[in-house]
Structures are given as C-alpha cells and as structure tokens.
Design a protein around this ligand. Sequence first.
Ligand SMILES: O=C(O)C(=O)C[C@]1(C(=O)O)C=C[C@@H](O)C=C1
Length: 354
Amino acid sequence: MELELEPLRLPSDNERPFVIAGPCSAETEEQVMTTARQLANYGCHMFRAGIWKPRTKPGGFEGNGEKALPWMQQVKKETGMLTATEVATPEHVELALKYGIDVLWVGARTTANPFAMQALADALKGTDVPVLVKNPTNPDLELWIGALERLNLAGIKRLGAIHRGFSSYDNKIYRNLPTWQIPIELHRRIPDLPIVNDPSHIGGRRELIAPLCQQAMDLGFDGLIVESHCDPDKAWSDAKQQVTPDVLDYILSLLVIRDETVTTEGIVQLRKQIDEIDNQLMEMLSKRMRVCREIGYYKKEHNMTVLQTSRYNEILDKRGAQGALCGMAPEFVAKVFENIHEESVRQQIEIINK
Ligand SMILES: O=C(O)C(=O)C[C@]1(C(=O)O)C=C[C@@H](O)C=C1
C-alpha cells in the first residue's frame, strides 16, 4: 500500500536536522527539569524522556510510569518545548495523550511485533498525534514498513521513522549496527516519510554520537533524536551513551548540513560518467554469465557438481586482495563476488536440470 502522509508539523520542521533531545529515562522531577531547562537554553524545541522502559532483562530501572508524566507537562509549561515519549501498549497511549505528550515513538521491540503494533494502531485511531516508528531490532525493512502501514490504516498520517540500528550477536564498534542501506532503501521506497537518526542507540558510546550525526546529515536524514542528561555518568539507564546538553550543543554546532536538492553542472557530468561505467559493468557481467552458462553445459555433460568450492575460494581471495589494493573495503568486494557467484550457480543449476 502507499502511505498517505502529512507533514509532521513540528516546531523546527523547516530546519534540518530537527532535534529531539532529553534523557533516556525520566528519573526524578529534578533531573527532568534541570536537563530540560539546559536544553531549552541551547534552543532545543523538543524534549524526550522514557516513561516506560523496556529492559532486556528484569531487575533494571523500568521507568517511573504515570508518576513522571506531570514532570513532562511541567517541562512543556515552563520551557515551551514539545514533549515526546515511547509508547508500547494501548495503556501507554491513553496515559501519554491524557497528559498532553506531543510526539509518540514506538520502540524497536514493539515495531518487531505485529500484534503489539496493531494494538497500538487501534489505540491511536481518531487521534492526530505524530508518531515516529523505530526500526525493528532485526534488519527487516518489510516489518518496519508494515508497522508504519498499520498506523496509517488507523488514520495516523503524521508519521516518521527512527533509525536506531540493528541488533547483532557479535558487535564490536556499535551497540546496534547502523546498516545504513536499510534506511536508505526506506527513503527510496517512501520519499516523503521523514527519517530521524538515533545516534545514541546505534553508537552506545558518547564518542560515536558526533560522527553518526554527521553521517546521518551526509545521507540527508531529516532529524536527530539524541539522549542528553544533565549528569550522564549518574544516569539510571544507558549512562555510557548520554551527553550533557552543552556537549550536545557543541556536537550540533559542528555539523555540516548538506543540501540534497542542489545539482550543479559538475555533478551532472560526473553522473554521465557513472552511467557510462554502469553500462560497461552490465555488459561485462552479462559476458561473464555467458561464459558461466557455457561451463554449465560442460558440467552437465561431464556430470560435475555446479559448486566448485576451491575455485570459488580462489576467486574470493584473489579479488579480495585486488580490491584492497584499489582502496575498497574487503567486505564490499566479498559481497560483490558472492552475489555474482550466486547468480552464476543459479543459472548453471537451471542448465543442468533442463
Ligand atoms: O569455475 C567454475 O566451475 C564455474 O562454474 C564458475 C563459477 C563462477 O561464477 O566463477 C561458478 C560456480 C563455481 O562454484 C565456481 C565458479
């Protein structure tokens, strides 16, 4: 289905990036108000704080629940900032709306669960609140789009997406792998859907927030949602990935904002060159597949298996080393040749089964 969207109509809609900032969790009234005042002084328009916290394991701080909602009202009243929080159940939706929360977001674990998404969509029916949907924990674009569709079918048109990265078993650098091609593909499929980057959850470490924000801007993301706490080291949740409002302001001040729409004669010429090279690449690929099909007939005649592992390894090693010499990432070269090999095997299987 095609999403029927309306602009988010947030106070800084025309600025890129629009920024939603605030602590991971609303811990105490004092922590909420101190952080909010500092953020508002730096010109922040939207304040986030977790009221209900889905924790991986029991025993951690799971949020103050309804008790913290009047603090959010106080933030809005005193600073004029809009407020945003995560909702995961119809009860959360009801309470958040009762206390005038302006922007809701859906967490990654909820997005991954179609039953929970449908329950949220039903609870939101008839409201006009903007809803931002985080990517599911697993890199499944269809599941992400499905969650947006459920909300849209319930009449929610002020929709956005939050890219918070994807879980992985073995993660060294990032807390959640960015896998940028997924939000890039989301943007290609639904160009009018605003996409917000969440560097705090992708990075999991303060030092990664600035480079991730810049990368999101380089890719043309619309906004940022960043965890900011008046005293991050003492935070009750996600201490390592929160920054003080002044550090956040410094990070934002250094961002280089690029314009997606500017196309100069220079880039038009370069794109012509790319088109020409892509044509050559396609011709070369089609030549290679022709030879592979010939080998396929040979294999059929001589009763050989399609998969020839030692030859395949030889190709991966040789081209990987060559790629490194040309300054290309080894994973990229491996992926290219793995895909070429997969197609070649597919075509040969077709031939030997004819
Ligand atoms: O060398 C072969 O046997 C081929 O069929 C070619 C090719 C390839 O695409 O390079 C395809 C399948 C084999 O597993 C190994 C290599």
